[in-house]
Design a protein around this ligand. Structure first.
Ligand SMILES: [Zn+2]
Length: 106
């Protein structure tokens, strides 16, 4: 058997994702809910500041290092298998669209 990563499309509540998202940078993570920086992403189960439980994870490096996408996902999946891996570009675009909608509805 050969195990490889394929992205799947699934519906999510973007607010729910944002409020439980750990966003990886180069060396540490940020909290999607309160934007706290410097979170140790290999261990943190919750945000040290706002205490939100992390259920989802994404990485900015997917965009900045597209050639390493598979290694990034593979490494993180092996260390944090309980987190659902979201594509950073999908997340950013969807959140941007929602912000624009909310703005015009006010
Ligand atoms: Zn937080």
């Amino acid at each position: 058997m050969s195990h490889e990563f394929l992205r799947i499309w699934q519906e999510f509540d973007i607010e729910e994702v944002k409020n439980h998202l750990l966003i990886l940078g180069d060396v540490s993570g940020d909290c999607g809910a309160c934007r706290e920086l410097g979170i140790p992403y290999l261990e943190a189960r919750e945000c040290p500041k706002c205490k939100t439980a992390f259920k989802y994870v994404t990485s900015r490096r997917l965009e900045t290092h597209p050639g390493e996408r598979f290694q990034i996902v593979s490494r993180l999946r092996s260390r944090r298998p309980e987190l659902i891996f979201i594509d950073y570009d999908d997340y950013k675009r969807t959140l941007g669209r929602k912000k624009a909608r909310d703005f015009f509805e006010k």
